[in-house]
Ligand binder design. Sequence first.
Ligand SMILES: Nc1ncnc2c1ncn2[C@@H]1O[C@H](COP(=O)(O)OP(=O)(O)OP(=O)(O)O)[C@@H](O)[C@H]1O
Ligand SMILES: [Mg+2]
Length: 333
Amino acid sequence: MDGSAVIETTALSRRFGDVTAVDNLALAVRTGEIFGVLGHNGAGKTTTVRLLNGVLAPSAGSMRVLGLDPALDGPQLRLRTGVLTETPSLDERLTARENLAYYAAMYAVPVNDVSRRVGQMLETFDLSTRADDKAGGFSKGMKQRLALARALIHRPELLFLDEPAAGLDPVATRQLHELIQQLSRYEKRTVVICTHNLDEAERLCDRVAVMEKGRLVAIGTPVELRRRLGGALQLVLEVEPAYISTALAVVGRQPKLKAFQEASGVVTVQGAQREQIPALVSALIAASVPVYRVALQEPTLQDVYFSIHGNSVKNEQATSATPSVPSTTEVRQ
Ligand SMILES: Nc1ncnc2c1ncn2[C@@H]1O[C@H](COP(=O)(O)OP(=O)(O)OP(=O)(O)O)[C@@H](O)[C@H]1O
Ligand SMILES: [Mg+2]
């Protein structure tokens, strides 16, 4: 790993009794990247974040975060990291402004800066009009926005966000994504996001890691993972509905192609290679099938996810058309 790694773990493990929550994890996160951590419930995402912040001690292995050892330098490290936990606890008796000011003081924000910084965060997270209301009376999404503001109040170099969009409405979600991109692109801050939202991961993250039962099973950019693990391309044909059975028969005669009727006049074709498309279209036209649309669908991160978890998730499409992943799949740029 190059010198710009902000997080580096070697054989990191954490056990709780018989459960190995994090198992032999080797991970490197680079400065300024938006790094997604995906995985089923119980995969070990939150435990990893807690280890990296020095809130939990590892059972084995080592790690460096911002050049420090979280297990030894926890308090010093946490002054430089911001964390949005899975279930953030705000002081509900305090107002939004007081919550932020309290955290600013705790995280050593210079006294002269506190009021301005608090005002900025309230503005950024659209809480200015409710700044002097008690947090206890806030809606779920407002509490989440306040918790995000709190995680950012001391301008951390490294931000951990555990399900940041939970409870946010679509507008707030988009604003949050834009903010995360700004932090990464223009301020070179590093953001680690645990998410179940594969769309969010695909659009936002520079790289994603997929965890399963505490282990890292795949890592790479969303594009790399899609190409490597997303399975076969799928072709969607839109034809005149009256000709659907002819279209299915024509596709069926092509080597290795399987066709399914998706909807009226829509046929999906599995197993197609890009090079087969011209011959397929010619065959359809030769059979007098009116073809209105031919679309090649690239696999999504969702297809990747289901291919990785293919054994444990009942998803016919994923299990029939995609490879299984025997061990960590490192896809390098
Ligand atoms: N404090 C704890 N005591 C006992 N077991 C724990 C503790 N924290 C985590 N675990 C166990 O470790 C495993 C991983 O949990 P973790 O919370 O890291 O998963 P996760 O990937 O964040 O899941 P989710 O998507 O549901 O948030 C689970 O089996 C969980 O029960
Ligand atoms: Mg979790």
